[in-house]
Design a protein around this ligand. Structure first.
Ligand code: ZN
Length: 195
C-alpha cells in the first residue's frame, strides 16, 4: 500500500485528526493519532496487516506476540493471516508477562507486533521476554512508527508507516498564539486555549 492510501484510510476513519491537541505528555500538537479508530474496522485491519503478512510470510514465523492492549488487534490479525498462534503480553506488577497459559516454546521463531511504536519501550520488553523463554525474535512489525530516533530491536524492523508528529511546548506553541481552541484527545471537551 502506498503511504498516501494509508494516510487516507487514517483520515477517513478519524484515526488521524488535525487541530490543536494537548497530549498526555503535556505537549501540544497539531495532529492526533488513535490507531484503534482504523483497526476497529476488521476489513481495514485485514488490509493493513496484510502488508505485514506479505513482508514476513516466508520468514517461518511460529508465533506472534503483541504487547497489550494496543498490539492485540494487530497481533491477532497478523497471526490469523500467517496461520500461526497469536498471544499477547500484559503488565503484571509493571512487568510485561505472559499470562493466561500463553507460552513461547524453546526455539520458536517469533514476530512481535504492535500498533504504534513511540519510544519502543513496550516492544523492547516483549523482545526480552521472548528471548528469556528461549524464543527467537525474527522481526518487529508495527502499523505506525512515531519514534524520533531509529530504534534497534535487534531484529528486522517493519513499520508500515513512519509518521513524524510535530509537538510544541505550550509556551512556544504557534496554535496557542493563534488562539486555536485546544482539545484533550479522548474527550470531546474543547478547552480554552489557556496554557
Ligand atoms: Zn498549543
Amino acid at each position: 500500500m502506498e503511504k498516501e492510501k494509508i494516510l487516507d484510510l487514517f483520515k477517513s476513519t478519524g484515526a488521524l485528526q488535525h487541530g490543536h491537541f494537548r497530549l498526555t505528555s503535556g505537549l501540544h500538537s497539531p495532529e492526533y493519532f488513535q490507531c484503534a479508530k482504523v483497526l476497529q474496522y476488521p476489513q481495514y485491519n485485514e488490509l493493513l496487516c496484510g502488508e505485514i503478512f506479505r513482508h514476513f510470510h516466508d520468514w517461518r514465523v511460529d508465533l506472534v506476540v503483541a504487547p497489550a492492549i494496543g498490539g492485540i488487534m494487530v497481533g491477532q490479525e497478523v497471526a490469523r493471516q500467517l496461520r500461526v498462534r497469536g498471544v499477547f503480553a500484559e503488565r503484571e506488577d509493571k512487568t510485561m508477562s505472559l499470562r493466561r497459559g500463553f507460552e513461547v516454546k524453546q526455539g520458536e521463531r517469533v514476530l512481535v507486533c504492535e500498533d504504534v511504536v513511540t519510544t519502543g519501550g513496550s516492544v523492547q520488553e516483549v523482545v526480552e521476554l521472548v528471548k528469556a523463554r528461549g524464543g527467537v525474535v525474527v522481526g518487529v512489525a508495527s502499523i505506525v512508527d512515531r519514534s524520533r530516533e531509529p530504534i534497534n530491536f535487534g531484529a528486522e524492523s517493519f513499520p508500515l508507516l513512519k509518521m513524524e508528529v510535530p509537538v510544541y511546548h505550550p509556551d512556544s506553541c504557534p496554535l496557542c498564539k493563534e488562539d486555536v481552541p485546544i482539545v484533550k484527545p479522548g474527550s470531546r471537551k474543547v478547552e480554552l486555549s489557556a496554557k
